[in-house]
Design a binder for this molecule. Sequence first.
Ligand code: TXA
Ligand code: MG
Length: 313
Amino acid sequence: MALISNDIQIAIKQLNADKVIGLPTETVYGLAGNALKSNVAARIFEIKNRPSFDPLIVHLSSVDEVEKYTQNAEIDLMKLFKSFSPGPITILLPKKNIIPDIITSGLERVALRIPNHPLALELLQKISFPLAAPSANPFGYVSPTSAQHVENQLGKKIEYILDGGQCTVGVESTIVGFENEKPIVYRLGGLEIEKIEKEIGKVEIRQSSSKPSAPGMLINHYAPKKKVIIGNIDQLLVESKSKKIGIISYYKNYKLNNELHLSKNQNLTEAAQNIFSYLRILDNSDVDFIITELLPEVGLGRAINDRLRRAGA
Ligand code: TXA
Ligand code: MG
């Protein structure tokens, strides 16, 4: 069992001792350690059971720190980063040598982000190094949105989880980078595409799953152990009558057993906050499988649908 509390001093002590801790952010909880030390990064990969080809995001306390770790930043990318940081945006920039190769899995670019969470920001300001932090779940599983989620799966492997409450965004950050002077979104996430395009114009979305540039796009990522079937809930209910099913609904509350309704008023922000915890609840229940439906393909609905499709793949 890990200690769970909101004591920044304990977090600082652990991190200064090269330990890895649970870290709250506005998107999902991270598994954080000193990003400038290869041995700490190696421990993160080990705890998460993450393949070494899947690089880690480096968390900073402010935009001013970007130059310390990267070079040749595209003007538009920095504009975007400044507009939405701290917040659910991660940018890819050519790294300087101070960032160990293990962090980027040997890639030239490093992923940077400034989490919009008061405890995480205070912590980052008080330590003298940036934090490498993937989502604090075993590789391939649903991301954690509470300290308890982290404890449930990784509590035996870490000593401390900094408790920052429920995540307010609920899905991971949007990852953006440039290739041949064109903006590309590698992962749909907590920052809506519409907001990005308002700032820098049309972006390409790489939905492809085999690109090593963002292995988080692996098709079977974010998946619960139980089978997830996506479709028309009314129809799926008829077809699965004799089975014990879990339901994650959005448009309508069927008021059935084992049904979790994403949002009373069809609010995408609320749906994003709930999606991962609902998948976890049903995955840990005795239902045979989970049925769900796609949300509107706009705003946060796109990121949620992306996660649902992967959960159902
Ligand atoms: O919201 C988030 O981004 C959360 C919180 C904890 O900050 N973190 C997160 O990390 O989701 P992770 O490791 O679960 O997902 C990061 C994704 C991975 O798919 C990884 O492949 C991609 O970012 N990534 C990291 N560094 C990269 C790089 N240098 N080039 C391309 N993709 C990278
Ligand atoms: Mg992850």
